[in-house]
Design a protein around this ligand. Structure first.
Ligand code: ATP
Ligand code: FE
Length: 364
């Protein structure tokens, strides 16, 4: 079964062709974050316009790269939610109209389910087995979930304030860091790295920057606004980003990254303990979403797990999709639609988008 999928929930336009055996025949992602930099975040109207401009070409290229014509495709998938309403609408209208015109089945996919299930595609040799824990860290979400099946997700923790990805973006902009084609979050990670300390770990030897606070130690819930404000206070108190010397700026960026990632590590550790106390036999932890492309986060999670694992003697594997499939893409949408196509559980051509859609509602 061959699926053509489109993804347009935020600021990247994606189109991809994937088969039910897990072959990625094409993967087109058109990044548009540079359009939004002056605005300091995603500008809703400009994002919709960019999707309208990019979708036709992305779909054309996805088919060409796959060596297929649209009639060769068996089904069409799109991101139904959650996401920005106008952006979701652009992709949904394209997919539903294409499917209706071609009389092909269509499936609307939950974006966060797709981030979580990417690991089943990219680790096909030794796929994570249910139940597994999944940490989804992205531009709009910071979620710690217990996944019991393809459609059953229980939210163990989330953030009442900002998502980790958004705070990476804001801190990166606040520090006026050098541009990265991968966006401000990736720019912050790059800036933290230097030739003497490639890991990007924090060198607090000068102690110019205060150690940023731990948030709600012992609780599973996340919170990033305190960290965000602490960085802002430091920058303001020192006369703004332009007034900071490069060494202090790097130290601050590293301290931020250490504190933000430290919180993720700690909460994953707590969630694992929570499962173990309830006899839930978790053997895999999937980490996905845009922030999961961060190499420092990958290293820290691995270190933390090896330390925690020593006691219960249960081997637990960390699963990270490759960075390019952690950030938004249509491959994950195609893959997450596959079980529904195979079960002939299609949507109507009149299906509407769900900009606010909890992952817990998937199982009905
Ligand atoms: P959601 O999935 O919640 O709807 P989204 O789709 O906008 O949000 P993703 O594309 O999944 O988000 O992730 C984008 C986020 O990931 C951005 O906030 C970006 O800054 C962050 N990000 C990307 N690469 C890195 C990195 N290397 N280090 C830290 N953050 C990163
Ligand atoms: Fe996403």
């Amino acid at each position: 079964f061959t699926v053509l999928a489109v993804e347009s929930s935020a600021d990247d336009t994606g189109a991809a062709v994937v088969t039910s055996s897990g072959n990625i025949l094409s993967n087109i992602v058109v990044k548009q974050h540079q359009i939004h930099e002056d605005f300091g975040g995603i500008h809703p109207y400009k994002a919709v316009q960019a999707h309208q401009r990019n979708l036709p070409g992305a779909v054309r290229k996805a088919l060409t790269d796959a060596g297929l014509t649209v009639t060769d495709v068996d089904g069409i998938a799109f991101t139904r939610g959650p996401g920005m309403p106008g952006c979701l609408g652009a992709g949904a209208t394209a997919a539903l109209t294409l499917a209706a015109a071609l009389n092909k089945p269509v499936v609307g996919v939950h974006h966060m389910q797709a981030h979580a299930l990417t690991a089943l595609l990219t680790s096909a040799e030794s796929p994570p087995e249910f139940p597994f824990l999944t940490l989804l860290v992205s531009g709009g979400h910071t979620l710690l979930l217990l996944a019991s099946s393809l459609t059953q997700f229980r939210i163990l923790a989330t953030t009442p304030d900002e998502s980790i990805g958004r705070v990476f973006d804001k801190v990166s902009r606040m520090l006026a860091l050098p541009w990265s084609s991968l966006g401000p979050g990736a720019a912050l990670e790059d800036f933290c790295r230097s030739s003497s300390e490639p890991s990007g770990d924090c060198d607090s030897s000068r102690h110019v920057v205060p150690v940023l606070p731990r948030t709600m130690p012992g609780a599973m819930a996340f919170s990033f606004s305190g960290l965000h404000s602490a960085v802002e206070r430091f920058v303001t108190a020192h006369g703004g980003a332009q007034a900071l010397d490069i060494t202090t700026k790097r130290e601050l960026a590293r301290e931020f990254q250490r504190a933000a990632v430290g919180q993720l590590e700690e909460k994953v550790g707590l969630a694992l303990h929570w499962c173990q106390m309830r006899g839930i036999d978790v053997r895999h932890i999937v980490v996905s979403g845009g922030v999961a492309s961060n190499a420092y986060l990958r290293d820290r999670c691995a270190l933390r797990l090896s330390a925690q694992e020593a006691s219960p003697h249960i081997p637990i594997s960390l699963v990270f999709p490759p960075p390019s499939l952690c950030t938004d893409n249509a491959v994950m949408i195609a893959w997450a639609s596959m079980h529904r196509f195979l079960a002939r559980d299609f949507d109507n051509y009149s299906t509407t988008i769900l900009p606010k859609w909890s992952i817990e509602e998937l199982s009905g």
